[in-house]
Design a binder for this molecule. Structure first.
Ligand SMILES: [Zn+2]
Ligand SMILES: [Zn+2]
Length: 291
């Protein structure tokens, strides 16, 4: 296929304008998701009585089952089953080593939009190194506060338990945002273990850094919603594949740097290859000039 320089997206107002999306959350994610969707004329309301914790918690009580995508879909399906809704949003975060930089913690945020009226699923996804995801073993308040200072406490909440894998029926303290709460947790938990486990509370309402990454994922979703296929108009005409091979600026050999993005329509499978703005790669990325 001959590359073209820009995609002529078709407008998608007819799909979304004036609709209401139900958000499956109980952790305040509407703060960042609702303003993003408002730009497309979609209002967001939080599913009443929605207990997202039964789909898994970060604080160990309930393990999450399946992949991040399956977990988000399960939340969306639950809302669709329980309410008379045809547009649902669900979000799911996942924390762990960055796939390319395993020494650095990362936050992968996924937001799914499930549209029953059009039988359409769209996604926004961001992998960010901006996270305070961390843990420590401490034996007193001083050590706990030193850990807290590294992870943005008290604006960011903390979780405490006797051990990283707490024995059944031992207390877990969540959402701690004051020195007094921390002190009380340590005193209680030291009845079980002299050294206790502390970790960052990753629930969105306890973690402003995570909330910002969720906002970025929401922006990605809005972009997917707004980009209609040039051929059939279906929303979600987004880059689905990165094509390496940008030529080296010194010797012209293809490098691992991205030279273009391939866009594809989910419905009619129309494709378009869009070159990146750079025409050559830095020689430091060349297999020959910088082996
Ligand atoms: Zn199409
Ligand atoms: Zn080269």
């Amino acid at each position: 296929m001959r590359p073209t320089w820009a995609v002529k997206f078709r407008p998608t107002d007819a799909y979304f304008q004036g609709r209401t999306a139900i958000l499956a959350t109980k952790h305040g994610k509407e703060q960042v998701i609702a303003p993003a969707l408002a730009s497309l004329g979609v209002s967001v309301i939080v599913a009443p009585d929605f207990d997202s914790d039964r789909f898994g918690t970060f604080s160990r009580e309930i393990p999450r089952t399946g992949t991040q995508e399956e977990a988000a879909l399960a939340k969306a399906e639950a809302v669709l089953a329980q309410m008379d809704a045809d547009l649902v949003l669900a979000s799911e975060g996942s924390f762990g080593p960055h796939p390319q930089f395993p020494l650095l913690p990362s936050d992968r945020e996924l937001i799914l939009l499930v549209d029953r009226r059009h039988d359409l699923v769209l996604r926004g996804e961001v992998l960010s190194l901006e996270t305070n995801f961390n843990h420590a073993t401490v034996s007193d308040l001083e050590e706990a506060l030193a850990f807290g200072a590294r992870v943005g406490f008290p604006e960011h909440g903390l979780i405490a338990m006797a051990q990283a894998n707490p024995p059944p029926n031992t207390p877990i303290f969540k959402g701690m945002q004051s020195e007094e709460q921390l002190q009380r947790a340590i005193a209680t938990l030291q009845a079980y273990s002299p050294r206790i486990h502390l970790e960052t509370d990753m629930r969105a309402h306890m973690n402003p850094t995570r909330m910002q990454v969720i906002a970025q994922a929401a922006a990605q979703l809005v972009q997917a919603m707004a980009q209609g296929c040039p051929q059939c108009g279906w929303p979600g005409f987004v880059a689905c594949e990165k094509l390496p091979g940008l030529p080296c600026g010194l010797c012209g050999a293809p490098t691992g740097a991205i030279k273009a993005n391939r866009y594809r329509c989910q419905r009619c499978l129309y494709e378009q290859v869009v070159p990146v703005t750079a025409t050559v790669a830095d020689p430091s990325q060349c297999y020959f000039c910088n082996p």
